[in-house]
Design a protein around this ligand. Structure first.
Ligand code: AMP
Length: 413
């Protein structure tokens, strides 16, 4: 299938070809035609599938076809959970819309609102926003969503995880009832289905990868190791494997900082990205990582969510996530765009139950290896890590597989 056959305008086809895309990805093939027809969409797709272009291209097409007014009211709202994702989606809107007469803006918290407000006041067609700053500017009377025709809810599952449900509901109340809704989510819990039911009108369901399964192009391995030897093991793997670009996940912000410092001491360029870092520091770390001056990016789950890091060859779980779905999100960062990726997990005795949960979720056993000199501690307890630190951990009921709702109320860095 070609982009031409999807019915997108010449201006969009030109921007697509400038990006170097030769064919639409599966999610784009499935989502673009019904969106162009005006349908609501419920799409199951995670980052790396091309989902952003999947909603941005038809959205731009529809807006450019419809009537324009001298003073531009906001006609499309794209809501994302994190600042990084908002910035990336906005960059996509700009790139794909380069040959169209449409104006857009991005707003998120953590930075001065003045430049954002100035841009909005000039009149924009498309607004990309995180919920907090959006509500803030709405309360100040700076933003009106009364003319929104298209509403996109990106990474809806993460929105709920981050506790944005009430904010989403508040935002929705400020938009006209008659509008087109596009909802994207990597996973589909009961809460997500309920949210979708409340927002979407006869949605067409599209799926890019089967739910809750790992991408086939990713090779997964577990290294059983003593907790105290993890840092040395990861340094050995990175150095001896001569890995040039590695995304490492830790469970806490402090853990990310600590590991990052140790890497730097051994001469491996590393940067940490998490909720305590300023927007500027996060952007700098991500840019360095993309350009190759930062070899290792150490991240917490929420900071890494939605980051567009193309063709990532290695993802390492320095600690396993305590919620199995996060494992699927994490390793979805590798093996993108058809390339093979490697997802490795360093697992100590106290993470055994997490590993069992993950294997249950993905429906397969992950290959285990033990490296000489880095053996697991035979005396270590297999008791799971006790709740505490900066992140709320799953309780034991949940670990036993009960459908505990606290999952959707987790708090992150
Ligand atoms: P996303 O899932 O939206 O984060 O996109 C993941 C990556 O795929 C981004 O780097 C996009 O630029 C890229 N991408 C999106 N659509 C295509 C396509 N049709 N062909 C090749 N790459 C694409």
């Amino acid at each position: 299938m070609s982009f031409q056959s999807l019915g997108l305008s010449e201006a969009l086809l030109k921007a697509i070809s400038k990006k170097g895309y030769t064919a639409p990805s599966p999610i784009q093939q499935k989502a673009i035609p019904p969106i162009l027809k005006g349908n609501d969409i419920l799409a199951s797709a995670q980052t790396g599938t091309g989902k952003t272009a999947g909603f941005t291209l038809p959205l731009l097409h529809i807006l450019s076809e419809n009537r324009r007014e001298k003073f531009k009211p906001i006609r499309a709202l794209i809501l994302t959970p994190t600042r990084e994702l908002a910035a990336q989606v906005y960059a996509n809107v700009r790139e794909y819309g380069a040959y169209l007469d449409l104006r857009s803006a991005v707003i998120f918290g953590g930075v001065n609102q003045k430049p954002q407000v100035a841009q909005i006041k000039k009149g924009i067609d498309i607004l990309v926003a995180t919920p907090g700053r959006l509500l803030d500017l709405q309360n100040q009377g700076i933003i009106s969503l009364k003319r929104v025709d298209i509403f996109v809810l990106d990474e809806a599952d993460r929105m709920l995880d981050m506790g944005f449900l009430r904010d989403i509901e508040r935002v929705i109340k400020t938009m006209p009832d008659k509008r087109q809704n596009l909802m994207f989510s990597a996973t589909f819990s009961k809460d997500i289905k309920k949210l979708a039911h409340g927002i979407l009108n006869n949605p067409i369901q599209v799926e890019a990868t089967p739910q809750n399964t790992t991408v086939e192009a990713i090779s997964q391995k577990v290294y059983r190791v003593a907790k105290g030897l993890k840092t040395n093991l990861i340094i050995k793997l990175i150095s001896e494997g001569n890995w040039k670009q590695v995304l490492v996940f830790t469970r806490t912000k402090h853990g990310a900082n600590r590991l990052c410092e140790k890497m730097k001491k051994t001469g491996i360029s590393a940067a940490a990205i998490h909720g305590n870092k300023s927007q500027g520091a996060r952007t700098k770390a991500l840019d360095g990582f993309k350009r190759g001056s930062v070899r290792v990016l150490v991240a917490t789950d929420i900071a890494a969510r939605g980051l567009d890091i193309p063709l990532l060859p290695h993802v390492v779980n320095f600690e396993l996530p305590n919620v199995s779905e996060d494992y699927v999100h994490r390793i979805g960062r590798t093996g993108r765009a058809g390339a093979n990726g490697q997802a490795l997990s360093l697992v100590s005795a106290d993470e055994t139950t997490y590993l069992i949960d993950i294997e249950k979720l993905i429906g397969e056993k992950i290959e285990v290896e033990i490296i000489e000199g880095f053996e697991p501690d035979p005396n270590a307890s297999a008791e799971p890590i006790k709740p505490g630190g900066n992140q709320q951990r799953r309780n034991s009921n949940n670990r036993k597989g009960s459908n505990n709702k606290s999952k959707s109320r987790r708090r992150y860095n």
